[in-house]
Design a protein around this ligand. Structure first.
Ligand code: NAD
Length: 467
């Protein structure tokens, strides 16, 4: 590989800036034509997006296998069918969502009609992450289209097979005057971020989230940031341990732990940990066999760099189960740890891999304090048979999303908003919440020319002031 001169790099970024500027200018001109605001156009694009998926399902499943070694069933469940549901739900309700909503008008303004009219924002930039590279890029595109916007999608460079496939297929199915896919890494994304967007939707880590927000602030562009963090999984002493273990193992080890809403660590008493740890080990063996490396259903880490990062965390506590790593194959076994050092990286950083620390508290009553001393998580899980315990934790601990007696299943409820709070994100989407995110709710009042009450006009007499 020949060395790249700094001058060459800056030339590249200037060239990509120019390309981005022309692209955005073209999309804006099309947006201004009004074509994207038409309901029929929006519906057509959504139907085309669905068609792109159905006609190329096998290719997407293959690309997800290449990037992350995902099992076909897992890809279907967590990426493809997820998008079908999203699109179908949107097509079913869109007519209702776009309808202006009447509100009352004040006496002084009568006769008048007041209503709230959702209008599209314009041109949206969608930046995707690599862990669910299809779903996380296209699921925001669904409400972006539904709300009548144009968009540029930027897939993650760390999942190249899916990125190339989307770049190949999107222009074949969607209106090319309204949508484009730009592939690339930091240089290309930086070029895109220089442009003036009407909204930026970013999914990824908080470090880059700050770069996105700072670039957006130059143009006062609103952002939706879908970030991550450490999602706690609280298991109370009264929990159904077998069911909890199975559901936690599924939530944690699907996609080899590379899920933003995966339980990051378990929080329980020592008594519960003694029962839970063997139950989770058993659940892992039931899902992936004695040697998960040979299981067709167990994923791989996205690249060797991330595998080595995860391997380093193994020293932060006692490995109870798993722990095998092969960086060459990007493999890390489903791993359980106890006695972790709370000040070490495994408990200070988001793990984002198949490594589950079980943190033991002296008394269960300290769980809220433990959670609240840390950043607000994206998801919070509570396993208990008691509504009172669940409700107490739900009311004392803030989190983007929460689920009682399961992991991640809230994602399937189309009417629930999905998004973080505090360090885990800004804004939300899914279903109508996504439609609202990518719309502006314009306040409109329509008046008549009759009955021009003169109370508001000068000269202001006492009679007018005190009416
Ligand atoms: P990543 O490395 O794929 O980065 C995300 C995007 O940012 C990519 O498109 C990438 O090209 C771009 N990017 C990277 N560096 C950049 C820079 N310097 N300037 C501009 N753009 C840049 O993804 P990641 O950050 O490794 O993703 C993992 C994180 O994402 C985890 O924290 C996870 O919890 C979070 N995540 C959140 C959600 C959610 O929906 N809330 C979903 C998935 C992942």
């Amino acid at each position: 590989v020949s060395p790249v001169e700094p001058q060459m790099l800056s030339d590249l970024s200037v060239a990509s800036d120019r390309g981005s500027a022309a692209l955005v200018a073209g999309l804006k001109a099309y947006f201004r034509s009004g074509s994207t605001a038409e309901l029929a156009w929006r519906r057509r694009q959504l139907i085309q997006l669905r068609k792109m998926l159905t006609e190329n399902e096998a290719r997407f499943i293959q690309a997800l296998r290449e990037d992350l070694h995902k099992a076909p069933q897992e890809s279907y469940l967590t990426e493809i069918s997820f998008l079908y549901n999203d699109i179908d739900h949107t097509l079913k309700h869109l007519k209702k969502w776009v309808r202006p909503r009447k509100v009352s008008s004040p006496l002084l303004a009568q006769p008048a009609k007041s209503y709230i009219k959702p209008e599209p924002l314009g041109v949206v930039l969608i930046i995707g992450a690599w862990n669910y590279p299809l779903q996380l890029l296209l699921s925001p595109l669904v409400p972006v289209i539904a709300a009548g916007n144009c968009a540029v999608v930027k897939p993650s460079e760390l999942s190249p097979a899916v990125s190339h496939l989307i770049a190949e297929l999107l222009p074949r199915y969607l209106d090319n005057d309204a949508f484009a896919c730009v592939e690339g890494a930091v240089a290309e994304t930086t070029g895109l971020l220089e442009q003036r967007w009407d909204h930026i939707m970013y999914t990824g880590g908080g470090r880059v989230g700050k770069i996105i927000m700072s670039a957006a602030s130059k143009h006062l562009t609103p952002v939706t940031l879908e970030l991550g963090g450490k999602s706690p999984c609280i298991v109370a002493d009264d929990a159904d341990i077998e069911t909890a273990a199975r559901r936690i193992a599924w939530g944690k080890f699907t996609n080899a732990g590379q899920t933003c809403i995966a339980p990051d660590y378990v929080l329980c008493t020592r008594h519960t940990a003694d029962r839970l740890v063997p139950a989770i080990s058993k659940a892992v063996q039931q899902m992936f066999g004695r040697n998960p490396r040979q299981s067709a259903d167990y994923g791989r880490i996205v690249n060797s760099q991330h595998t080595l990062r995860l391997a380093d965390l193994l020293g932060d506590g006692e490995v109870i189960f798993g722990g095998e790593v092969d960086a060459g194959e990007c493999y890390m076994a489903p791993t359980l740890m106890r006695c972790v050092n709370l000040d070490s990286p495994v408990m200070q950083e988001e793990i984002f891999g198949p490594l589950l620390p079980v943190v033991e508290l002296e008394e269960f009553g300290k769980v809220e304090e433990f959670v609240n001393e840390r950043e607000k998580p994206l998801a919070l899980y509570i396993f208990t048979r008691s509504d009172a315990i669940a409700d107490r934790i739900l009311s004392l601990c803030s989190s983007g999303n929460a689920c009682v007696n399961d992991c991640m299943m809230f994602m399937l409820a189309q009417d629930l908003p999905f998004g973080g709070v505090g360090a885990s994100g800004i804004g939300c989407y899914h279903g109508e919440h996504g439609f609202k995110t990518f719309s502006h709710y314009k306040a409109v009042m329509k008046r008549k020319n009759i009955l021009d009450v003169d109370l508001r006009y000068a000269p202001y007499t006492n009679r007018k002031y005190k009416w």
